[in-house]
Design a binder for this molecule. Structure first.
Ligand SMILES: Cc1ncc(COP(=O)(O)O)c(C=O)c1O
Length: 413
């Protein structure tokens, strides 16, 4: 039997690596507190169950890959409301497509827009470093070279595309003597805002610049906005908003949104992509072959969730209270800065792996070493090595206890 050899270029998934790291350690009193996985645990609104029940006759139907017109309309209205988009910018039938969770869509986008070669060169994909692991899986499995763009403390935790070595993006190739032409080999760039794991948020200006760059070099800008609703005081800007500001053209831009974090329904597997109509049409074509269509009862529930903001506000309030607790307990220790969005803490603790082991061994607290979310940079050092990521998804009492325990274990007396 043979496998696709690209599969072996991927690291084990971070949670698999964490399992290996913690293997053989027994936490005190056998109690384990899971703060490694960003799995929301707030209750979704009660109408979710009612709508699923009311539509149960639809489990027997194959769902259309493009979803229902009601879903596309609800999502379009939400985008217009949320990002102050001008009426007419989005056509629900051309600019929006449901997906079975954004993980799948973020993976598929590379298979959609990464050609084998671009201008005669091996194609490359830009990935912020640290990053959500699916980006690298997508790039590698599509046959591209991943290029990691630093998103560290020095760049406010967002990828600074200006720091890219032009020789990396543009390989100089002599076509004819004295007629050098610049060969652009980037076909796709991932951007995560609000960023997982750091919680940084791109401004409208930043997004406009990134979009202009995508158009200048003709690559697709894939903007993962899954955490856009888990914000602290002000709603983060979005890439479609930046397109509107730039005149309304959606070319080269696609955004990814999910109900997993916004509505605390990671098990529903429901999200959408929106943007450039050519990319959306191609996405629909590819998903007809390899995508999981969203079941019709789920689509009905998702439609209602995108139409409702009350539960989203409540969800945000709960996360804000947890962030208040974190701010109170941590102060400025471990590089804590209250993130403008996200439910993760990205703490600078020294040796992230050693601290993950220590916390589990002494308190049963499971956190993710930052190194598992990043790749070594040009100096060979992993930019996540000093960090741990903590998901504030458990209830506030558990979080309070765990953060106090963490502080006492990690602060030298
Ligand atoms: C940054 C980011 N993007 C996308 C996803 C995928 O979310 P889902 O597939 O549940 O929509 C996650 C999940 O944790 C994430 O952290």
């Amino acid at each position: 039997m043979s496998f696709n050899e690209r599969l072996f270029l991927l690291n084990d998934y971070p949670f698999e690596r964490l399992r290996s790291l913690l293997k053989g350690i027994t936490p005190p009193s056998g109690r384990s507190i899971m703060m490694s996985l960003g799995e929301p645990r707030h209750s979704p609104p009660s109408f979710l169950r009612d709508i699923l029940d009311m539509n149960s006759d639809l489990w027997g139907r194959y769902p259309p890959i493009n979803g229902t017109s009601g879903f596309r309309a609800a999502v379009t209205d939400w985008l217009i409301r949320r990002f102050h988009l001008p009426n007419g910018l989005l056509d629900p039938d051309r600019h929006v497509l449901p997906v079975a969770g954004t993980r799948e869509a973020l993976y598929l986008i590379a298979h959609l827009v990464v050609p084998r070669r671009k201008s005669g060169e091996r194609t490359a994909v830009l990935i912020p470093n640290p990053f959500y692991q699916v980006y690298v899986g997508a790039a590698v499995m599509a046959g591209a070279e991943p290029i990691y763009v630093p998103a560290s403390w020095h760049t406010d935790f967002l990828p600074d595309f200006d720091t890219l070595d032009p020789a990396t993006i543009l390989r100089r190739k002599v076509v004819a003597p004295h007629h050098p032409s610049l060969i652009n080999r980037i076909s796709l760039a991932f951007l995560c805002t609000p960023a997982n794991p750091q919680g940084a948020v791109a401004t409208l200006e930043y997004l406009k610049k990134a979009i202009s760059m995508a158009r200048r070099y003709n690559f697709v800008l894939a903007v993962d906005e899954c955490y856009s609703e888990i914000y602290d005081s002000s709603p983060p800007a979005g890439a479609l908003q930046a397109c509107a500001d730039l005149g309304g053209d959606l070319t080269n831009v696609i955004v990814f949104h999910s109900l997993s974090k916004r509505s605390s329904v990671p098990g529903l597997r429901s999200g959408f992509v929106a943007g450039d109509p050519d990319i959306i049409a191609a996405f629909s074509r590819l998903r007809a072959y390899g995508g999981a269509a969203v079941p019709l009862p789920v689509m009905a529930a998702a439609t209602a969730l995108w139409q409702d903001e009350c539960h989203v506000k409540e969800n945000r309030t709960l996360y804000r209270a947890k962030m208040n607790v974190a701010a109170e307990i941590l102060g400025t220790q471990f590089g804590f800065r209250r993130p403008p969005a996200t439910f993760f803490l990205w703490l600078r603790v020294g040796d992230g792996e050693a601290v993950a082991r220590l916390l589990f061994q002494n308190a049963g607290i499971q956190v993710l070493p930052g190194a598992y979310l990043a790749r070594p940079d040009s100096t060979g050092l992993n930019p996540g090595r000093h960090y741990i990521r903590i998901a504030l998804v458990d209830n506030i009492e558990v979080i309070t206890w765990a953060l106090k325990r963490l502080r006492s274990l990690l602060t030298p007396c």
